[in-house]
Design a protein around this ligand. Structure first.
Ligand code: SAM
Length: 247
């Protein structure tokens, strides 16, 4: 569930029964207003292709997570409620007065959780998706955080004008490594980059070694301070979080 909106995936054989399944889910879940069928995440903005199969719209909803409240619309912006524990982990590492950059912030769940549980100086929340940035502004206001700064644009460009950071968050697991030189260039020595990455389990070691070597050649020396599996992506691959400490 995202707020009172339930997003479901169905195997192809069940698609002819989608309305019956949606109605049954609606009847058995008291806090669900509508059921949306997930046709997959598409394009650069990672937006889901959704179809209303039961209940009433709109798809915009209010979601609560880790003591913060968030407006979001699964039909317009990417938001993954399953990352709540990871957001709390990152928040628990934040020291007072940190400058933080979230390069792919969406509606700002990482910045909001961090500001709820820690005391950063400022958290820049960048996203390419205009709707996500508008929700990030609304959500900063709803939770009364005036140190979240939503910024619209390509993270690679926007980050150039920001001050050096103690922490950079990179939640774009398909292609995060393409942005790593930009992220590390903005990270203070001793600072941390939290990078999410989809990897074949058999290739983790090779990928990490290649990454560190490649960054070293660019003068961006770093070491892995944490490597953790976040969730299964396919039978042979998972989403990992790789924490890189700049040296
Ligand atoms: N961190 C958010 C969360 O946990 O819900 C959203 C992460 S989502 C996987 C990735 C986000 O990156 C999307 O909102 C997408 O619009 C944004 N994005 C993709 N390419 C981008 C780029 N070049 N610069 C800034 N944002 C980008």
């Amino acid at each position: 569930n995202i707020g009172d909106v339930l997003v479901v995936k169905l195997v192809d054989e069940l698609l002819p029964l989608k309305h019956e399944i949606g109605d049954a889910l609606l009847r058995t879940s008291s806090n669900t207003r509508c059921v949306l069928l997930d046709g997959g995440v598409k394009g650069e903005l990672r937006v889901r292709d959704l179809e209303l199969i039961a209940g009433v719209g709109p798809s915009e909803t209010k979601h609560r997570e880790s003591g913060v409240v968030m407006m979001t619309d699964p039909a317009k912006v990417y938001y993954n409620p399953r990352l709540a524990t990871e957001r709390e982990r990152v928040a628990s590492l934040v020291k007072d007065g940190e400058t933080i950059i979230d390069m792919f912030a969406g509606v700002a769940p990482f910045p909001l959780t961090i500001c709820r549980h820690a005391h950063p100086k400022v958290v820049y929340a960048i996203d390419l998706n205009h709707d996500a940035v508008e929700y990030a502004k609304i959500n900063a206001g709803l939770n009364h955080f005036d140190n979240i700064v939503p910024l619209e644009g390509d993270a690679r460009e926007v980050i150039k004008d920001l001050p050096d950071a103690d922490r950079v968050i990179m939640n774009l697991p398909q292609i995060a490594q393409d942005f790593l030189p930009d992220a590390l260039s903005k990270t203070k020595v001793g600072g941390t980059v939290h990078m999410h990455k989809i990897l074949e389990r058999a290739e983790i070691e090779k990928f990490c070694k290649g990454l560190i070597d490649d960054m070293g050649k660019r003068g961006l020396h770093c070491e892995i301070s944490e490597l953790k599996e976040l969730k299964t992506y396919s039978p042979s691959a998972s989403v990992y979080v790789i924490d890189l400490k700049r040296r």
